[in-house]
Design a protein around this ligand. Sequence first.
Ligand code: HAM
Length: 422
Amino acid sequence: MQINKVKGTYDVLPHESYRWHALEEKIHQILKKYNIKEMRTPIMEYSEVFHRQTELSDMVTKETYDFDDRSDRKLTLRPEGTAGIIRSYVENKLYASQELEKVYYIGPNFRYERPQKGRYRQFYQFGVEAIGAVDPALDAEMIMLAYDFIKKLGLKGVTVRINSLGDDASRKAYQEALTNHFMPHKETLCDDCKARLDKNPLRILDCKVDQKHPAVIQAPTPQDYLNEASRDYFHKVIEHLNASKISFEIAPKLVRGLDYYSHTVFEIEADIEGFGAQNVLGGGGRYQKLVSELGGPDLGGIGFACGMERLLLALEAENIELEKEDVLDAYVIVFNDDLKIEASKVLYELRQADLIADMNYTNKAFKGQLKQALRLGAKYLVIIGEEEFKRGVAGIKDTKTEKQEEVPMGRIKKYLLEKVGK
Ligand code: HAM
């Protein structure tokens, strides 16, 4: 019986993986320039890392994969990268150095969402976190990094949208204003939003059901409730961005879908024709309580994460190839089975010289081997024939020009290295 993949997941097939490698390579390269090191945390954590009392977002209340392990421990497959990074930051006392800790990560996350193009139940994120400081310059740096990253990928139809939720007091004032605003409409909101109105009215703004509800459209924005200190902080962030000529848009309605944010929030949106509904390539913001909620000191941080699948879709939509797929330099073909020993000896030698080379293992006749070599796009064919082998030579054929030359067996490696230019 054939078993299919789990709904909302996908396979990266052999001819597709080079695009992932190229994107990952680009991420490592860029982050190196920012002097930021990679961090890897487990894909499963104790459930309370994500199920914190203050986190009432849909992502955490409805979409996590929770399970008991064989010793009845409650575990959760991570739905995002930030909380696990902070758990590790606290557990490993990375704050002890008193230095700001900046890290990046790449890895799979799991959310039980309705799958569609650009939205999966297992998806990869690339993210960055800067933990241990509250400074508008740092908020600006994270936005600049995200912007620089998108530019270095070559993506053009992309907008960075930013907003501020303000400090605790501003957020509270805004929440109250939202409650007062939505209360008269309570009966016309969806059941989830009725509950959100009591617990966390901010989440009504990104409800998928009530998106077009007039009360949602007319809701007040966080900017209207920023106190002076918060407004100041936000202006400073903007000043930094302007000084470096970063192009961005202020998005007064942007609140983001997670509860841990305060002050600066931002999103990277693709405005590429035919891209589809899931056009948010990445998002992030400042978090002030996450470190202390996870048992650490009272330190703030800021970060963002991008969906890797969406980045790849955006690159495809803009016809950008970060790297070409590697092609075979040489394919070794033999006229009969007895010559296979010679073929594998040559093949090993070519590989030791860093040439990309292969041969046939399914006992195909000469014609079949040739077909396979051409299907794989080999640049050169190394043909070992019976009579030629007796004379100590092989035929090397350039598949583009179709020219063939006889080359002494002992010189095949040198000949190909020169031809391929390695
Ligand atoms: P998020 O907005 O939930 O933020 O996710 C960040 C990005 O992950 C999204 O913009 C999107 O590109 C991608 N993404 C999310 N869900 C899916 C899905 N089901 N399928 C495909 N891609 C998806 C966070 O996760 C925060 N941890 C970001 C952050 C870091 N905030 C501060 N530091």
